[in-house]
Ligand binder design. Structure first.
Ligand SMILES: [Fe+2]
Length: 455
């Protein structure tokens, strides 16, 4: 054990931790991946049901590959690869490291068997512990510490993907099995608080994470930097995300069949994909509302979820809803990512408050907003689509080497989402965090919060 310390960020606060705390965090995060997959059979772990998804078995292997490739091979003397083929077999998209199997083939990886993947994880875990326990005094190995920290954030991203991918996998199974058994029945009479607005007059404001991504004093992804000044005109943000009941009103007003509400690409996509409802909604005449929704806890009638945030929307659906909402409240639109970040920063609270619905809450689905004053559900519940295209901030530089492929090369044709969802690990999200997906994406827990210009 070592007496030296490193600093690690939690939300806005920067705390000082002993280096040994990194190993504790490593073990917690790695164990959480196995906890997530524990309810799944070996057959479940093999399913890859849409282009965005990967089998859970692949996620378990690839997250270990990340530590082996970027930490152990570079920093642990005499480290021996677990298997001579794994360095290319479980590469996801790092072209500068060499060729890799096509993503669509990941469901074909019946070999290596699951036991080998679990042994791979244990092999990597043992080696990381050896590395950390043998470290010379900090900060001589600052780069190793930085990469382990990055590997843990990477693993948490894949934990979220395990949840979203297995939801889609089980939904496509004709039996529609539940990932977890239903919890206590939702209270049908619980009503979400009325949608209200919070007004801001920001002017010039600082956006982005204030510390360099190569610092070991705090963690952020390279795409959250550099922090920079942005001018924001006065705006208002809704106190909570749009609910299923509100979205159903859009559907019942023929929202999916009114081209004047839709972006051109959105209209074309909704027609070609025959969208008439969010992903996971299915007509059910046996329910009062006529709809049921597939969740990680199985089917639930929309009647039980009507006051919860609507999720599994594309950017196109979120944008069309905002246009439709302008019929009653002039100027409704999606917020820019800068408006969202400014408002979230004003909250001045850590993401993982007791009432935040992140992965650890166990709900595995968005829940009804509380009636407390001010912004609710900024962190957790649903990723919130913004109107901002995903690009580099002014002066952005990717990480050096192959890790530069982590975020920077995806800065085209994608839109930014903010705030995390009900399957985002609590220690993984912060106000400056930028998620990004193509605008037609629906398999994530993605919803929307309305914004408008100051009146
Ligand atoms: Fe990855």
């Amino acid at each position: 054990m070592h007496s030296q310390t490193l600093r690690q960020t939690t939300g806005h606060a920067v705390s000082v931790l002993p280096v040994s705390a990194l190993l504790d965090r490593y073990r917690l995060v790695r164990a959480a991946s196995l906890t997530l997959t524990a309810p799944l059979s070996p057959e479940d772990l093999m399913v890859q049901s849409c282009a965005e998804a990967s089998p859970a078995k692949w996620h378990l292997a690839h997250t270990s590959w990340f530590f082996e490739t970027f930490v152990l091979r570079d920093f642990l003397a005499a480290y021996r690869d677990f298997h001579p083929d794994f360095h290319w077999l479980f590469n996801s998209y790092y072209n500068s490291l060499g060729d890799m199997p096509a993503k669509s083939l990941r469901a074909s990886f019946s070999r290596p068997p699951l036991n080998d993947i679990l042994a791979y994880r244990a092999h990597v875990d043992t080696a990381i512990a050896r590395l950390l326990e043998s470290q010379p005094e900090y900060p001589a190995n600052a780069e190793a510490v930085r990469r382990i920290a990055l590997g843990l954030e990477h693993e948490q991203q894949h934990q979220e993907l395990i949840a979203t991918d297995i939801k889609h996998a089980l939904f496509t199974n004709p039996l529609h099995p539940a990932y977890r058994e239903p919890s206590a029945a939702p209270s049908a009479e619980s009503i979400a608080p009325p949608l209200d607005w919070v007004s801001y007059v920001p002017g010039l404001t600082e956006i982005g994470f204030a510390t360099s991504p190569d610092s070991i004093h705090s963690f952020c992804f390279d795409n959250e930097t550099p922090s920079h000044t942005v001018f924001l005109a006065p705006f208002s943000l809704a106190t909570r995300p749009v609910t299923c009941a509100e979205y159903l009103a859009f559907m019942d007003d023929n929202g999916y069949d009114r081209p004047e509400l839709w972006l051109s690409e959105g209209w074309a996509t909704s027609r070609s994909e025959t969208w008439q409802a969010p992903l996971y909604w299915q007509r059910d005449p046996a329910t009062h509302s006529g709809w049921r929704i597939y969740t990680l806890r199985g089917w639930l009638p929309l009647d039980d979820l009507s006051e919860t945030p609507v999720c599994h929307l594309s950017l196109f659906e979120a944008d069309a809803y905002a246009h439709w909402a302008s019929r009653n409240t002039a100027g409704c639109r999606l917020p820019t990512e800068f408006e969202w970040e400014y408002a979230a920063t004003q909250l001045n609270e850590a993401p993982a408050t007791p009432r935040a619905n992140l992965l650890e809450s166990g709900a595995l689905h968005p829940i009804r907003a509380s009636a407390l004053p001010g912004l609710q559900q900024i962190f957790g519940d649903v990723w919130e689509w913004t109107s901002s295209a995903y690009t580099g901030y002014p002066g952005y530089r990717p990480l050096p080497g192959a890790l530069g492929e982590y975020n920077g090369k995806f800065m085209s044709s994608q839109m930014v989402l903010r705030g995390g969802s009900c399957v985002t690990p609590a220690t993984h999200i912060r106000a400056t965090y930028r998620n990004f997906f193509p605008p037609a994406t629906r398999w994530q827990f993605s919803g929307l919060r309305l914004a408008r210009d100051a009146q």
